[in-house]
Write a protein that binds this ligand. Structure first.
Ligand SMILES: O=C(O)[C@H]1O[C@H](OP(=O)(O)OP(=O)(O)OC[C@H]2O[C@@H](n3ccc(=O)[nH]c3=O)[C@H](O)[C@@H]2O)[C@H](O)[C@@H](O)[C@@H]1O
Length: 439
């Protein structure tokens, strides 16, 4: 596909990102608790809404063949320079005749804020090559901090952070958190754990080991280095809730030996450990209870509902609604979550805090929302898509919506993105990746 068409899949300058308050979103983040995490949205987009490679057609192999090829690649690469970000993008080249890619490293990185040493934090992000982790890493890097990513690449991917490899403020370490790890750091965002039900159920013993031993190791590190520690907990600790919406004071309704227990009980014990280290050893801790989150870089194979519906619709496959679709979920866009995580880390709030969007959907209706957005992008009639019913997975929570009063009052945080705006960006991202063949 010619580069121009390729780029158009990622960007549509006509589409404005309008937030919940009706205003256009051009930046994400805010200056709060003495920590400014605001960055232009386009700076972030240049890191995830971008082609994986530059196309080249090896048409002729005559005397001038080599230089013609180079010129063609430069011309295609220059196309992306029009948004001012191309020089920071990979110039990896796709060769259609052999269906292969020549990977190149970056010669320049996106500009990062120059922070004085007393403001620059050394931040460890476990699970930093995953979906949530990589967006957090982008934000922290653009803000000028020193970031170390720890990941075993079980569900994370190097590609999610490859644009930072080689940067002096960045380090990527392949390591499994179930083993101890030592490093000097000021803040630890502990995100490492498979998070989609099919992934965490595939190896339940490993999942609970990751939650327990991984958290134990990272809390031990926080104790030694006096780093502040943030645990990525989950709405799943509320189980199949009998209280709706769920406030942080609710203790939950969890099946301790069901198929989800490796994850929800794992995260519950991780919370217990975190407060154990806080009470016993004075470790400075934060706990974020993260509700369903979606966005670009979500592993398209991970089986969660947002990625499943979008990929199925784009491939014109059946969209699989489980168990009649009356169960509910509330979905937040990735940038809102990252705002919330950074605000919580830098606040003095030790109690657990729900981070989620309270726009609640029945899953059956959510399928219709996704279908309509995909149909609009593909310029098709919504009736061309098929929505089918499949059995309900065991112990699937029937209702879920966060009560975010605490986050609003104590962090001054509330979601800014509408679900539709976030979905629009994610659909465009998946479609472009599918066309270029990188997912
Ligand atoms: O984000 C959260 O709060 C937590 O819950 C999610 O688990 P779940 O809500 O079950 O997420 P999905 O797998 O995306 O399922 C959402 C709903 O859609 C349904 N679903 C899923 C996939 C599908 O193809 N069709 C479908 O109807 C599921 O049965 C479920 O009722 C995530 O997987 C967890 O990582 C996370 O901690």
């Amino acid at each position: 596909m010619p580069a121009a068409d390729h780029a158009d899949l990622y960007y549509d300058s006509q589409v404005k990102t309008i937030g919940k308050d009706g205003n256009e979103i051009t930046t994400v983040g805010f200056d709060r608790f003495g920590f400014n995490c605001e960055v232009p949205l386009n700076a972030l987009r240049s890191l995830y809404l971008r082609p994986h490679y530059v196309n080249t057609a090896i048409a002729h192999k005559g005397a001038n063949g080599a230089s013609a090829q180079v010129a063609k690649v430069d011309e295609e690469h220059a196309y992306f320079a029009s948004d001012g970000n191309a020089e920071y993008q990979s110039k990896s080249i796709y060769h259609p005749d052999s269906n292969s890619i020549s990977y190149t490293t970056l010669s320049r990185f996106p500009p990062v804020t120059l922070l004085p040493p007393n403001q620059r934090k050394r931040v460890l992000v476990t699970g930093g090559a995953g979906f949530v982790g990589s967006h957090l890493v982008d934000r922290l890097m653009l803000l000028g901090h020193e970031v170390t990513v720890l990941d075993n690449f079980f569900t994370g991917s190097r590609t999610n952070v490859s644009h930072w490899v080689g940067h002096p403020n960045f380090e990527l370490v392949r390591h499994d958190v179930v083993e101890p790890f030592m490093i000097e750091c000021d803040q630890i965002y502990h995100l490492a754990c498979p998070a989609s039900p099919p992934h965490y159920q595939a190896n339940p013993v490993k999942t609970i080991k990751t939650s327990f031993l991984g958290t134990l190791n990272m809390l031990g590190l926080a104790k030694r280095t006096k780093a502040r520690f943030l645990l990525a907990s989950t709405s799943e600790i509320y189980g199949d809730p009998e209280v709706h919406p769920q406030p942080e004071t609710y203790w939950g309704n969890v099946n301790p030996n069901g198929i989800r227990a490796c994850y929800d009980e794992g995260k519950r014990v991780a919370e217990t450990l975190t407060y154990g280290f806080h009470r016993q050893d004075g470790v400075d801790v934060r706990i974020a209870r993260i509700f369903n989150t979606f966005g670009p870089r979500m592993n398209p194979q991970d089986g969660r509902v947002v990625s499943n519906f979008i990929i199925q619709a784009l491939r014109n496959e059946d969209m699989t609604v489980y168990g009649g679709g009356k169960q509910t979920r509330s979905f937040q866009y990735i940038h809102d979550l990252i705002d919330g995580l950074i605000a919580l880390m830098n606040s003095d709030v030790v109690e657990p805090v729900n981070l989620g969007n309270s726009d609640e959907f029945e899953i059956g209706n959510f399928a219709l929302v996704v279908r309509d957005i995909v149909a609009d992008l593909q310029k098709k009639d919504p009736s061309e898509y098929r929505i089918v019913d499949r059995p309900m997975p065991k112990d699937d929570p029937q209702r879920r919506r966060p009560d975010t009063t605490r986050a609003k009052e104590m962090l001054g945080w509330q979601p800014r993105w509408t679900v539709e705006m976030g979905l629009g960006e994610m659909v465009r991202y998946y479609k472009a990746k599918m066309v270029e063949g990188s997912i």
